[in-house]
Design a protein around this ligand. Structure first.
Ligand code: ZN
Length: 146
């Protein structure tokens, strides 16, 4: 039999049809019949923070950001860069892996995107150059491990 899901906050009840009720979502168990809806995740629980990625200035990378990515050093030591846009940040539908999806900004319908695994690490050679919000440069610079 399934257990009470830890995302609920329950209190005992003296109602006849259930013994425990969630104070957040109102779901109840079934008196004498198991945890019922309380075995499933609470619908009123705070969404869990997803692991993310940080640019080389320790700013959190967010959906919509344009990032300047170091590409290679060419002739006469010219440094070449590419520009990408973050278009998705979510958990995989088939595993617990969280990823960011980067567009190459080609506007082609069959564009090959690339995915970066999000593990709260800092990306060397990545720099946010524009965010969706006007004050994106005010995002806090966080101490993060490489
Ligand atoms: Zn609940």
């Amino acid at each position: 039999m399934s257990d009470l899901h830890p995302s609920h906050v329950t209190r005992p009840s003296d109602a006849s049809s259930f013994d425990e009720v969630c104070t957040k979502c109102g779901a109840t168990d079934i008196a004498g019949g198991g945890w019922g809806k309380l075995a499933e995740p609470c619908s009123a629980a705070e969404p869990q923070r997803l692991p993310t990625l940080y640019d080389e200035h320790h700013r959190e990378i967010k959906v919509g950001d344009i990032v300047k990515v170091f590409h290679f050093v060419g002739a006469r030591r010219k440094r070449h860069f590419m520009y990408k846009q973050v278009i998705e940040h979510r958990k995989s539908s088939t595993s617990d892996t969280v990823y960011m999806k980067f567009s190459h900004l080609t506007l082609k319908p069959d564009e090959a995107y690339y995915l970066m695994h999000c593990d709260d690490s800092l990306l060397r050679g990545y720099e946010i150059v524009q965010g969706l919000e006007a004050n994106w440069e005010d995002r806090p610079k966080l101490k993060v491990a490489l």
